[in-house]
Design a protein around this ligand. Sequence first.
Ligand SMILES: Nc1ncnc2c1ncn2[C@@H]1O[C@H](COP(=O)(O)OP(=O)(O)O)[C@@H](O)[C@H]1O
Ligand SMILES: Nc1ccn([C@@H]2O[C@H](COP(=O)(O)O)[C@@H](O)[C@H]2O)c(=O)n1
Length: 215
Amino acid sequence: MKKPIFIGICGGTGSGKTTIVNKIYSEVPEKSIAIMEHDSYYKDQSSLTYEERCKTNYDHPFAFDTDLFVEHIKVLKEGKSINKPIYDYGIHNRKTETVAVEPREIIIVEGLLVFYEERIRDLLDIKIYVDTDADIRILRRIIRDINERARSLDSIINQYMNTVRPAHEQFIEPSKKYADIIVTEGGNNLVAIDLMVTKIRSLLNIEQLKEQQLD
Ligand SMILES: Nc1ncnc2c1ncn2[C@@H]1O[C@H](COP(=O)(O)OP(=O)(O)O)[C@@H](O)[C@H]1O
Ligand SMILES: Nc1ccn([C@@H]2O[C@H](COP(=O)(O)O)[C@@H](O)[C@H]2O)c(=O)n1
């Protein structure tokens, strides 16, 4: 297999990154694509109590084990598999299990800080920033975090004001300048998703043609 092509998808919380990645994933052959979420690499916090883990700033670069994330991306680039941690937002910690990720022709690298972190950014071939207004993002986050991450409205508002919003302004928004493409609105931007899927399919065909020529 040729060296994979790495596509970075970055944007603030609730911008629609995960939704876009899921839609792309469902439109291309399963065996051609792998997903690497930076969120899966939140630091292991097993030495802290649940109460202590609730106080972590999950939007700061320090919260992530970026060393391991970069190491795993490089392993995939070399055509080898990795064991990706599984993150549980409900307990603010990694699970003990991991999931095997095989090397694929296309690897999507998704997360809040994947453009802020130079070490990650430098590994990306295509960089897409999902740009959604802050009012829409917080509304989406409230609904998602209540329904899917077992959070209360009070805790979402406190976290947003104390850590999420400041980190967005300090780290995420300024990293937009590194994007090759800016996609508005997130998961319902069907034109943008269609363009991304078309590009990925064309990259896959090109890679297959190259391999046939080598055979
Ligand atoms: N264009 C959209 N319109 C309405 N809701 C959306 C849209 N894109 C995403 N969502 C919803 O908003 C929430 C946050 O989206 P998600 O993809 O998880 O964002 P992110 O991964 O950037 O935090 C999810 O519940 C998702 O279903
Ligand atoms: N234990 C945790 C870990 C992370 N978060 C929040 O998740 C956000 C990142 O995920 P998105 O899908 O929204 O990009 C980030 O803003 C963290 O605040 C959390 O609440 N708890």
